[in-house]
Design a protein around this ligand. Structure first.
Ligand code: FEO
Length: 170
């Protein structure tokens, strides 16, 4: 059975993951409105991944006889001054999520909660990837600067991203 402290922290994390999904969906809408369809596709995949993250915590709580409580989500940004600003925001947001995962991991260690540790190890590895992928695009944007041709080339490249659901364990 999951402890109340860990359950509350994971319920809060579900909110953060869904807020992430909402933020990336908002960025998707902004990219679409600005004719950057490839970046919009990238953000759509990112948003879908965040829902999958939320559901990992959702099922973990239920599997351990805890109660899922969906908390109200905060309002996220809907406008950016440039594609570079949006990706910089995404990178900073991922750093915030990493700090939350670290907090949850601290609770798991304090409580000797091995089941949570296993789940959180997946998230620790995932956050390395999440930060790396957003940082990479943010840096590419810096190189491209105001060059429209470069921006369109990057847009085409990012449009190749696809979301695939992870294979459930056998
Ligand atoms: Fe679920 Fe992008 O962190």
């Amino acid at each position: 059975m999951i402890s109340q402290k860990m359950r509350d922290a994971m319920n809060e994390q579900i909110k953060y993951e869904l807020e992430s999904a909402y933020l990336y969906l908002s960025m998707m809408a902004w990219f679409k409105a600005n004719n950057l369809d490839g970046m919009a596709t990238w953000m759509q995949a990112q948003s879908q991944e965040e829902v999958m993250h939320a559901m990992k915590f959702f099922h973990h709580i239920i599997d351990r006889d805890g109660k899922v409580e969906l908390l109200p989500m905060g309002i996220k940004k809907t406008e950016w001054s440039s594609a570079a600003e949006a990706f910089q925001d995404a990178y900073e947001h991922e750093q915030f999520v990493t700090s939350r995962i670290n907090e949850l991991t601290k609770i798991a260690y304090d409580e000797n909660d091995h089941a949570a540790k296993t789940l959180l190890q997946w998230f620790i590895d995932e956050q390395v990837e999440e930060e790396a992928s957003t940082a990479k695009v943010a840096k590419d944007m810096e190189i491209v600067g105001k060059d429209g041709t470069g921006l369109l080339m990057l847009d085409r490249e990012l449009g190749a991203r696809m979301f695939t659901l992870p294979t459930p364990p056998a």
